[in-house]
Design a protein around this ligand. Structure first.
Ligand code: BDR
Ligand code: CA
Length: 312
């Protein structure tokens, strides 16, 4: 049986690669829908990217729903310095007549979960700020019964990428993240501890760009843009953070992690947005959040190249 998934995203270069990878793994994953959230760029820009991307990838039947235009409490902050003005670097996806759902994302997702056949559940894959997921849980708490688990990209047991302790997705909406981490649902946290090690080299980006398949070419161009950003100057590898979630769903054995209690710093102090991972758990204690700590980065990289080169 295929794993049913729903991707909540802010495309975003690595979001686009994650969605592409999910489609490339269509024999194992059934993508039920995509929702968007303000994050890397405005919600209008990232929704436009998601809309065009579904057509480009040949999955225009998958619904795209527009979500929150900003975090629960503060004003939105974007990441144009990494993902460019459009959110997808310089890459121009072709025009399409694919329509975005009329209803807001939270409603579309709640309806989709409610309409599942009895006993079936969905894995949510949030790869942007957690605003939509927190709203879903708050507005439709019964939706939690239909969620198998939440496999998210965000946070870190150690360090940050926007501030010394803040990872972008969590830092962008800490209050939403706190709701999601403490709801009691099973959560897999694919944070910087693993995602920073999983990426493409410049050579691999060039290789993909040279490929004959337009989808691999797109990924190559997107990753090349990453290398131009100040974040990756002088670095050997560009981390494709969001694609780690999809990889984990298919190959959990390539990762080691630990179940622990996680909370988010929602203060107005310098650690705002930090994921506070409590390593002190006692044997026998149960925690619904699994924090991934190590990855077989070599296997992950090979897997991505193999799947993207053989895009259907
Ligand atoms: C996360 O932040 C965004 O810029 C990326 O798309 C990813 O989801 C990495 O910190
Ligand atoms: Ca993202």
């Amino acid at each position: 049986m295929k794993q049913k998934i729903w991707i909540d995203c802010d495309p975003g270069i690595d979001d686009a690669v994650a969605i592409t990878l999910a489609v490339a793994c269509g024999e194992e994953l059934e993508l039920l829908g995509i929702s968007t959230v303000a994050g890397n760029q405005t919600v209008d820009r990232v929704t436009e990217n998601a809309r065009k991307l579904t057509s480009f990838l040949g999955i225009s039947q998958v619904p795209v729903a527009k979500g929150a235009s900003g975090p629960l409490v503060r004003t939105p902050k974007f990441a144009g310095h990494v993902h460019g003005k459009t959110g997808l670097g310089d890459y121009c996806l072709p025009e399409t007549d694919k329509q975005v759902e009329e209803e807001p994302a939270v409603l579309v997702l709640a309806r989709t979960l409610k309409a599942l056949p009895p006993g079936e559940k969905v894995t949510l894959v949030p790869i942007g700020p957690l605003t939509n997921i927190a709203l879903l849980l708050r507005v439709f708490p019964e939706a939690a019964d239909r969620i198998e688990r939440i496999c998210l990209m965000g946070g870190a047991a150690v360090g940050g990428n926007v501030t010394p302790t803040g990872e972008f997705n969590i830092w962008a909406d800490p209050e939403a993240a706190q709701i999601v981490f403490t709801w009691g649902l099973p959560v897999v946290m694919c944070g910087l501890d693993v995602t920073n090690h999983c990426g493409f080299t410049r050579e691999q980006a060039k290789d993909l760009k040279k490929s004959k398949h337009p989808v691999s070419q797109m990924v190559g161009e997107l990753v090349e843009f990453y290398f131009q950003s100040p974040v990756y100057q002088g670095r050997e590898r560009a981390a494709i953070h969001d694609a780690v979630t999809i990889t984990y769903l298919l190959h959990p054995d390539w990762f080691t992690g630990r179940a622990m209690h996680v909370e988010v710093d929602c203060s107005e102090e310098r650690n705002r947005g930090m994921t506070i991972c409590d390593f002190r758990g006692k044997p026998g204690e149960e925690h619904p959040v699994t924090v991934l700590l190590q990855a077989r980065a070599d296997r992950v990289q090979e897997f991505w190249m193999e799947k993207l080169r053989a895009f259907p």
